[in-house]
Design a protein around this ligand. Structure first.
Ligand SMILES: [Zn+2]
Ligand SMILES: [Zn+2]
Length: 112
C-alpha cells in the first residue's frame, strides 16, 4: 500500500511540477490517432433559437410556414406536394388529417 501511495504521489508530483515534455507527448498520442471525439462538437439545439421566436401563436405553426398569415406560402407548399386541398393547409400542418402532428407542433412551440 505504502509503495503504491508513494508511486502515485511521485507521479502526481511529476505531473504537477514536471518539465511537461513527456506529458505533452503523452497527451498528443490519443489525439494524433485521429479520434473524431477529439474535435469539440458544438451542441446544436433541436430547434434553433431563430425558429423558436418564429412562431404563429394564432395558428400554432412556425410563422415562416404559416400559410394562413402568409398566403404567398401556399404556392410553395403546393409545389412541394405538401398541401391538403380538403383543409387548405400544408399536409405537414394539417392536424385534421394527421392528429399526431399536434404533439409535434406543440413540441416546437415556444414555452413562454
Ligand atoms: Zn398564422
Ligand atoms: Zn387535411
Amino acid at each position: 500500500m505504502i509503495t503504491v501511495a508513494a508511486c502515485l504521489l511521485a507521479a502526481g508530483l511529476v505531473l504537477a511540477g514536471g518539465c511537461g515534455k513527456s506529458d505533452a507527448d503523452k497527451a498528443q498520442g490519443p489525439a494524433a490517432e485521429g479520434s473524431p471525439a477529439a474535435a469539440p462538437q458544438p451542441v446544436v439545439p433541436l430547434v434553433p433559437k431563430a425558429q423558436v421566436a418564429d412562431w404563429c401563436r394564432e395558428h400554432s405553426v412556425p410563422e415562416s410556414a404559416c400559410t394562413r398569415c402568409n398566403p404567398a406560402l401556399v404556392a410553395e407548399f403546393k409545389k412541394k406536394g405538401d398541401w391538403c386541398e380538403q383543409h387548405k393547409l400544408p399536409k405537414s400542418q394539417c392536424i385534421a388529417c394527421r392528429p399526431e402532428l399536434e404533439a409535434q407542433l406543440k413540441a416546437l412551440a415556444p414555452k413562454s
